[in-house]
Design a protein around this ligand. Sequence first.
Ligand SMILES: Cc1cc2nc3c(=O)[nH]c(=O)nc-3n(C[C@H](O)[C@H](O)[C@H](O)COP(=O)(O)O)c2cc1C
Length: 326
Amino acid sequence: MIKENALDRRLSVAPMMDWTDRHCRYFLRQLSRHTLLYTEMVTTGALLHGDRARFLDYHPGEKPVAIQLGGSNPTDLAKCASFAQSHGYDEVNLNVGCPSDRVQEGRIGACLMAEPQTVADCIKAMQDEVSIPVTVKHRIGINGRDSWDELCEFVGTIADTGCKTFIAHARIAILEGLNPKENREIPPLKYDVVYKLKQTFPDLEIIINGGIQTLEQTQEHLKHVDGVMIGREAYNNPYILAAADKLIFDRDVDETDRHDVLAAMYPYIEHEMSQGVRLNHMTRHLLGLFQGLPGARRFRRYISENAHRPEASVDTLKQAAALVNC
Ligand SMILES: Cc1cc2nc3c(=O)[nH]c(=O)nc-3n(C[C@H](O)[C@H](O)[C@H](O)COP(=O)(O)O)c2cc1C
């Protein structure tokens, strides 16, 4: 186990555009105190030229929280890392894993796996600017550049800057022909490649990502790597996180009941609504809470049909919860 960074990354929830916004993260935090949460990717362009305060905003109760940046200009990234540090983020992560056409045009994401030195320059520039950890999220390769040696060159070049933490999505990205969704499903998962990365670079903190769905699987991966990042399953079936503090972080706590998790959201939702946030912008992240239980569909449907109405309030959520008997 790597001890140099104070952040405990044994379990984290992945950055997911449109999904892991601040409301989602506040909700996930009610399920696990210690799981590290990542923001959606924010591009340097958005932070430098857009509504910066809005992009950086989060609730202190979400912490520990890492911001993910998208960009390839070292000066811009350094400035954005500095904004993130000033706002109290616990980590800055660079996206070198997203394969969408749109980000490729901006030289953002997985296409940067072909340019290890550019990524190293970006990481170095950010490290020179901030004292919080700067980490990389990447694939195990891209089409045309998917050999073991190329992966080692990529990781090694970046590690030379002093970067210690690498989050490896255990599949390659195919930059032409597959859309982002297909790129999360079609290229096969190769966990053994990520395990081998840890063996080859034992001093680095290697976090594995891709297709992991349970804490039992997490525990299995932790025998080979330093941490596990879960994406889709944590969003679609968030209650899997409820036992994380006990099972993954070794804390002597019991999992919170689903209804108590929901009740913990009520004051937050009321406050956010008083600030003009619409109920359904928050409740959309709660739909999977009762996944697998009798009444889960009724819960989802009630929220979907009612949370957007002008008169909707936290009572709408309470009425939805009353439809689930557990
Ligand atoms: C809706 C959605 C949005 C995503 N957005 C991002 C993103 O902004 N940055 C990123 O690095 N990865 C993004 N990803 C990829 C995830 O972080 C993760 O690497 C991928 O889903 C594989 O993990 P999983 O199988 O546990 O979901 C996204 C995935 C999904 C499903």
